[in-house]
Design a protein. Structure first.
Length: 170
C-alpha cells in the first residue's frame, strides 16, 4: 500500500480543500477544525495550524499539534492530528492522536495504516506512550486502534481510553 503522511503546509493544493469539504464538520467525536465553506477562511486556518504545530500563539488549553494529510497514490484520503503533549482535558477526551478518513475511502483498511504512520511520528517526537480516545460505540475506530496494539484501559461515560506503548511492535 502506498499510503504516506505529509505535514500540513501554509499553502495546500485544491484537492486538500475538497477533501476537507467531503469530510464536513466531523463525526464520531472527531472535530474537523479545518472545515469552512469559505476558501479564504480555510487558508487562514492552514496558516494558524502551522503556528500551532510550532507552539506559537497558543491560547490557554491548547497544546502544539501537527496535522498530517494521509495520501494514497498522491490523492488525499484523510488526515490526523498529533498532539505533542496532553492537558488534563485531553487526558479525558482527545488524547495524542485523532484521525479521520474521507467518506468515500472508509472501510478499506486505510485507517489502520494511517494510524500506524501517526504512531511512528509520535515516537519520533519522543512520545513513547500514546493515548487515543474514541466513543464506545465507534467500533470501526476501536478496531483500528486495537489493530495498532492499542490497549483498552478505561471505559467511562461512553468514552474508551486506549494506550499504545513504544515497546509494542507495529
Amino acid at each position: 500500500m502506498k499510503l504516506y503522511l505529509k505535514p500540513l503546509e501554509p499553502i495546500e493544493p485544491p484537492d486538500i480543500y475538497q477533501m476537507i469539504q467531503d469530510i464536513g464538520e466531523g463525526q464520531n467525536g472527531f472535530i474537523n477544525s479545518l472545515y469552512s465553506s469559505d476558501l479564504e477562511i480555510f487558508r487562514e486556518k492552514l496558516i494558524r495550524n502551522v503556528e500551532i504545530s510550532q507552539g506559537k500563539n497558543l491560547s490557554d488549553g491548547l497544546v502544539p499539534q501537527t496535522i498530517y494529510w494521509f495520501y494514497l497514490y498522491n490523492r488525499p484520503i484523510g488526515y490526523g492530528k498529533l498532539r505533542h503533549r496532553l492537558t488534563d482535558k485531553l487526558l479525558e477526551h482527545g488524547g495524542h492522536i485523532g484521525y479521520i478518513i474521507r467518506p468515500a475511502e472508509r472501510n478499506k483498511g486505510y485507517g489502520k495504516h494511517a494510524l500506524g504512520e501517526l504512531v511512528k511520528e509520535a515516537y519520533q517526537k519522543g512520545i513513547n506512550e500514546i493515548l487515543l480516545t474514541c466513543n464506545e460505540d465507534n467500533m470501526a475506530s476501536r478496531k483500528v486502534i486495537e489493530a495498532n496494539h492499542g490497549f483498552l484501559t478505561e471505559m467511562k461515560e461512553g468514552v474508551c481510553k486506549y494506550w499504545i506503548k513504544r515497546n509494542s511492535s507495529l
